[in-house]
Design a protein around this ligand. Structure first.
Ligand SMILES: [Zn+2]
Length: 193
């Protein structure tokens, strides 16, 4: 922050505006946009500077208290998502899963596109992945546990899929019932301070 210098109040306000412009509203859960397959991020003619896009995704992920966020969830139709990692949060460009372990993991998941909805989804415990960093270099690696779950969840967004389609109707119905109760409780709590 020390290298930021504002000579006038107007400069400072412009700076704040740029910062705020990074935060975008979440696309509504019913919007068909979330069901469309986003296009690959094109490093040769990017629609947005990859550096800025990474920052935007990470800022939005933290703003909405998520541990993963796909670009299409904030209205950007490209195959890029942000996720927490062991160290710094990162943006994953043009990801692919190339290997799935037979061992499964069954963890409760939520999605920023579906507030208050939580349900366990069966996933591979470990996955082998391939993706690009913001400078276009290719990365290969593997993820296990929570990071594997996040990667697989965000990968669904990259295909225009949603976690509500990864469970049985019965499980979805019961999670929806719980969601209503949870929503009412949280709203009552907020009203009462
Ligand atoms: Zn999601």
């Amino acid at each position: 922050m020390n290298d930021l210098k504002f000579t006038t109040a107007g400069d400072y306000i412009d700076h704040l505006k740029i910062m705020n412009d990074l935060i975008k509203p979440l696309v509504d859960e019913k919007d068909p946009f979330l069901r469309e397959v986003p296009h690959r991020f094109n490093f040769d003619s990017p629609h947005e500077d990859p550096d800025k896009l990474e920052k935007r995704l990470i800022d939005n992920m933290f703003h909405y208290n998520g541990i993963g966020l796909s670009a299409n969830q904030i209205g950007i139709p490209t195959k890029v998502f942000a996720m927490i990692s062991d160290g710094d949060p990162m943006a994953v460009f043009n990801p692919e899963i190339v290997e799935w372990s037979d061992e499964e993991i069954y963890e409760k998941e939520g999605c920023l596109s579906f507030p208050y909805l939580f349900m366990p989804v069966k996933r591979s415990e470990t996955i082998g992945v391939k993706f690009q960093l913001k400078d276009g270099t290719e990365q290969f690696g593997s993820f296990g546990g929570l990071l594997s779950v996040i990667f697989q969840h965000e990968m669904e967004h990259m295909d225009g899929e949603l976690f509500i389609n990864s469970v049985s109707d019965f499980k979805l119905k019961s999670a929806m019932k719980k969601r209503k109760i949870l929503k009412r409780k949280r709203e009552r709590k907020q009203r009462n301070g």
